[in-house]
Design a protein around this ligand. Structure first.
Ligand code: ADP
Ligand code: MG
Length: 240
């Protein structure tokens, strides 16, 4: 579903990603972890070309994102992204937030979009908030709406960049529960997270980034009980 070949990204003289070649299969849930500043967000953003790679290739399914001829906007419709800060439209109700892109981009009728939107709000446990404005929601609820909004486009791939990092501790769990439910639906997910318990329980694979490269790529049981690299050991000592 997602494949990178020698993906490299530099900002000026700072080489952030160095020849990353990997793939994420359809339906796989991959947690991307590593020290702050190691390039996790850059990696995720290169997958949907929010950052343009300096070298190398990115494929989503059969489509090469890094080919200048590719209609990136079209492929992105198939890739939901959820950020640390939820970026909801403050002047729109929850349901309007969720139906906006399907109506604008996918040209769904208002009725179709509302039906799909309500399904997605149910999926994140917020159907009863459909008509309220984001300012009336807690941080955890806002992030669940952001997830519903991404899902309303019916993407095959979901990218999450530290979706719980900006939340008060008591709201982290409700968002992780929604993501856990989503993982069970068979959608392909790449999740940058510092929630090690969640990564261990929900991910099929852990990718540990360090120094611009994949330092480890292993099933969670193996990674957490028996990390091979010195850097992963040091990292886990700090976070566990
Ligand atoms: P992480 O998400 O793992 O914390 P990032 O991918 O955000 O790391 O950043 C990796 C490195 O690239 C950091 O040193 C950061 O300062 C740098 N960086 C990220 N985005 C930019 C940018 N747009 N311009 C210059 N440097 C950047
Ligand atoms: Mg980041």
């Amino acid at each position: 579903m997602i494949r990178t070949e020698f993906l490299s990204k530099s900002f000026g003289r700072l080489d952030v990603l160095k020849d990353i070649s990997t793939e994420i299969k359809k339906g796989q849930v991959v947690a991307i972890i590593g020290p702050s500043g190691c390039g996790k967000s850059t990696f995720l953003r290169c997958l949907n070309l929010l950052e343009v790679p300096t070298r190398g290739r990115v494929y989503i399914g059969d489509i090469e994102m890094t080919n200048p001829k590719t209609d990136i906007k079209k492929v992105r419709q198939n890739m939901g992204m959820v950020f640390q800060h939820f970026n909801l439209f403050p002047h729109m109700t929850v349901l309007d937030n969720v139906t906006y892109a399907p109506i604008k981009v996918k040209k769904l009728s208002k009725a179709e979009a509302r039906e799909e939107g309500m399904k997605r709000l149910e999926q994140v446990g917020l159907a009863e908030k459909a008509e309220v404005y984001p300012s009336r929601l807690s941080g955890g609820q806002k992030q669940r709406v952001a997830i519903a909004r991404a899902l309303a486009m019916q993407p095959q791939v979901m990218l999450f960049d530290e979706p719980t990092s900006a939340l008060d501790p008591e709201m982290v769990k409700e968002v992780l529960e929604v993501m856990k439910g989503l993982a069970q639906t068979g959608i392909t997910m790449a999740i940058v997270t510092h929630e090690m318990g969640f990564a261990r329980e929900v991910a099929d694979r852990i990718i540990f980034l360090d120094g611009g490269k994949i330092a480890e790529d292993a099933p969670p049981a193996e990674f957490f009980s028996n990390p091979r690299s010195e850097r992963a050991c040091q990292f886990l000592e700090k976070v566990l």
